[in-house]
Structures are given as C-alpha cells and as structure tokens.
Design a protein around this ligand. Structure first.
Ligand code: FES
Length: 166
C-alpha cells in the first residue's frame, strides 16, 4: 500500500491531545448506526493516531473510537474508524455509510451492512445492495517510528488487495 505523509506529525503529542479507545469488532456485532455524530464530524484532512500497531488483532477489523478532540481542534466525538492489521501494515476504512452516514456493521463473512436502510458492501467496501451507491472510503495509513498507526483522512486510497482474514 502506498503510504502518504502529508504533514509533519508527532504521534506522542497527538496521542496526548486526543483520547483513543480501541474496541474489538466481533463479527456480526452491531457497531451502532445513528445519524447525528457524522454531521458534526468532518475529519477530512485529519491525521488521526489510532493506537499502537501491536494492539490490533491480525486479520480482522477493529473498530476504533476516536476521542474528543482531533489535532485540528475539531470535535470528533463518536467517530469510528475501522482498522485492519496485516503483518507490519495497517489499513483503515471509514465506518460511515455512504448513503446517509450511519455506521456500518461488520458481518461474520467480512462484509458490511448498514442498519439504517439496509445497504450492503463487500469486504472491499464496494456496494452490493442499495440504497447506497458509493463505496466505503479507505484511508492511507502510516506507522510512526514508535509504532503508532496514523490514519490520514486527507488521503483516500483504492481498496488494497490481498487482505486475508484470520
Ligand atoms: S444510511 Fe446506510 S443505508 Fe441509509
């Protein structure tokens, strides 16, 4: 995966600025689906430190609850990013449904379903059932020297290939 680094970023200071809680996503468990949080949550352009790579389970999605304040000072309460660890790399996808912004659920087969109006997405985030018409958004990531995964929400990428579930 191509890793983009659009700006200087000190993981330690960011980690101290935003609180991050990591919640393992068990397949089939709902991650919730409500509208309001996304409307006040514009993370475009944020560099979000989501935790140490070693803290993510290999070969499965982990839903990361971002804390209150992003580096820019925006309130990102309620934002969740899906992170997938594959060996020394991490991949990130928005859990925001592209229909009206509800949070998608991870299903047991690695696909996604939106609880609000039933849109479905394959394991790469492509729409398999409407009403959504646009795929889920993948973000570039990078790993800091201290091993922290940073999600670059300004850099959208194509779905990576070769992710294998464990
Ligand atoms: S918000 Fe997801 S299907 Fe409508």
């Amino acid at each position: 995966m191509t890793v983009y680094s659009r700006r200087s970023f000190l993981a330690r200071s960011v980690a101290a600025t935003i609180g991050v809680g990591v919640h393992l996503s068990h397949p089939g468990r709902a991650m919730g689906g409500w509208f309001g949080w996304w409307k006040k949550t514009d993370v475009t352009g944020e560099s979000l430190a989501v935790g140490p790579l070693s803290g993510f389970a290999e070969g499965k999605w982990t839903s990361v609850q971002i804390g209150k304040i992003a580096p820019s000072g925006k309130d990102v309460t309620g934002l969740k990013i899906l992170v997938w660890r594959q060996g020394p790399k991490a991949y990130a996808m928005s859990s925001r449904c592209t229909h009206r912004g509800c949070r998608v659920e991870v299903r047991t087969d690695g696909t996604f379903r939106c609880p609000c109006h039933g849109a479905q997405f394959d394991s790469a985030g492509r729409v398999t059932r409407g009403p959504a018409t646009e795929p889920l958004t993948w973000y570039a990531t990078r790993i800091t020297d201290s091993g922290v995964v940073v999600v670059e929400t300004a850099s959208e990428i194509e779905p990576p290939s070769g992710l294998s579930a464990k």
